[in-house]
Design a binder for this molecule. Structure first.
Ligand SMILES: *Cc1c(COP(=O)(O)O)cnc(C)c1O
Length: 404
């Protein structure tokens, strides 16, 4: 690392709150699926800002949409209509099959909205205020107090207790553990269709179908967090679309704006008519013209670039290459994931492997201590997968030993 970069990092450590143990690098610009640090060193990016920059960096059409919008208007209040928000909501409705959209600035805020939707739905149903939400162990829904309350990692929650009340935790893919927790006060069951931070655990089709049937039977809202696994990452626009079920409420963010901070929670017409009403919820920035111009262009580019086809094809190839890595190294226990959301599970902490790969010009991220998570831009090619695999193999070999 150059002295200039080191100096900037030292400055950062003096002014930024120490909430992250950051990798020792400053990324300055991106081109396609490559990042460049302030020293000009090039990196292949298999993180995309944690499943955000799906279209790759410096996409000219995406950039132009933002520049055009900046020249018109960046912000108006939600007390007025704006054209990009109308268009973005229509497009989202079309790709999701949901009916009503509320735009937020982040994933956590989308979850907050979903929680409020569920509570109000229950309240309107029976007038009670003690409704319960069932969430999953190992889940991750964000860092605000509401989102944290439904996050199934006690370690994240403990210092900030008490959480919001009446949240219970079941186990993903264990239907009995869900059913056991249902009472006449349950208003929602919340889960990630593919768990991300918690270790890349896909929900199984049978589990999802049973949860859907249970929710129908008891008039409970099925709420899916598609913040990481949505927007094409699994080869469908939203991961639940693979399974012939449909949620009542859904949260999106991350790749929704491909870098502009924007999230959304969406619901069916029925839930929209029986939950949040005028005065119940709001946001200053959410759904502003700049963010929504990004959403519109992102959805257009997904179609134009056949992103879903690419995820299915190259994602399949990625799986194959990762399975070969698993077979060749005894320190790799298993591979999990769908499409371009993959996890390699190791028998040890993966920090050193990630740092080693970084030195060799490959950006990877963990999920938990022992899992390397691969969430590349959705426009990668087989060649990029080959390039990634070659570096990954070298790094594993150097850190864990074994075949290269
Ligand atoms: C990232 C993430 C969130 C939180 O999103 P933020 O934009 O960081 O608030 C919530 N749920 C899932 C599944 C996520 O991956």
């Amino acid at each position: 690392m150059s002295q200039t970069m080191q100096r900037e990092i030292d400055e950062a450590e003096k002014v930024l709150l120490h909430t992250y143990n950051r990798y020792q690098v400053i990324f300055e610009r991106g081109e396609g699926v490559y990042l460049y640090d302030t020293d000009g060193k090039k990196y292949l990016d298999f993180v995309s800002g944690i499943a955000v920059f799906a279209l790759g960096y410096h996409n000219v059409e995406y950039n132009d949409a933002l520049k055009d919008q900046i020249d018109k208007i960046i912000h108006t209040s939600n007390y007025y209509y704006n054209l990009p928000a109308i268009e973005a909501a229509k497009k989202l409705k079309k790709i999701s099959g949901m009916d009503r959209v509320f735009f937020t600035n982040s994933g956590a805020e989308a979850i907050e909205g979903a929680i409020k939707t569920a509570r109000k739905y229950g309240y309107l149903k029976d007038g009670r205020t003690d409704h319960e939400i069932i969430a999953m162990e190992h889940s991750f829904h964000g860092r605000t107090m509401g989102a944290l309350s439904v996050t199934g990692n006690p370690h994240y929650r403990e210092p900030f207790e008490p959480m919001i009340g009446n949240i219970k935790f079941a186990r993903l893919n264990d239907f009995d553990s869900v059913e056991r927790l249902v009472t006449d006060r349950t208003c929602a069951i919340l889960l990630e269709t593919v768990q991300g931070e918690g270790g890349v655990y896909p929900a199984e089709e049978e589990f999802l179908r049973k949860v859907r049937a249970l929710c129908d039977e008891k008039d409970i809202l099925m709420m899916l967090d598609e913040i990481q696994c949505g927007m094409g990452r699994t080869g469908e626009m939203f991961a639940w679309q693979r399974y012939g079920i449909k949620p009542d409420v859904m949260a999106a963010a991350k790749a929704l704006g491909c870098g502009v901070p924007v999230g959304a929670f969406l619901m069916t017409e029925k839930v929209g008519a029986h939950s949040l009403a005028a005065g119940d919820h709001g946001t200053t920035y959410g759904g502003n013209p700049l963010a929504c111009a990004a959403v519109c262009r992102v959805i257009e580019l997904f179609e134009k670039l056949n992103v879903l086809d690419n995820v299915r094809q190259v994602g399949g190839y990625l799986e194959k290459c990762l399975d070969a890595v698993r077979n060749d190294f005894s320190c790799v226990e298993t591979r999990r994931g769908v499409g371009m959301m993959q996890g390699l599970v190791f028998d040890r902490p993966v920090g050193d492997i990630i740092t080693n790969a970084m030195d060799k010009g490959l950006v990877l991220i963990n999920a938990g201590t022992n899992i390397i998570r691969l969430v590349p831009p959705l426009v990668i090619t087989r060649e990029h997968v080959d390039e990634m695999t070659a570096i990954l193999r070298k790094s594993i070999s150097e850190v864990c030993g074994g075949k290269n």
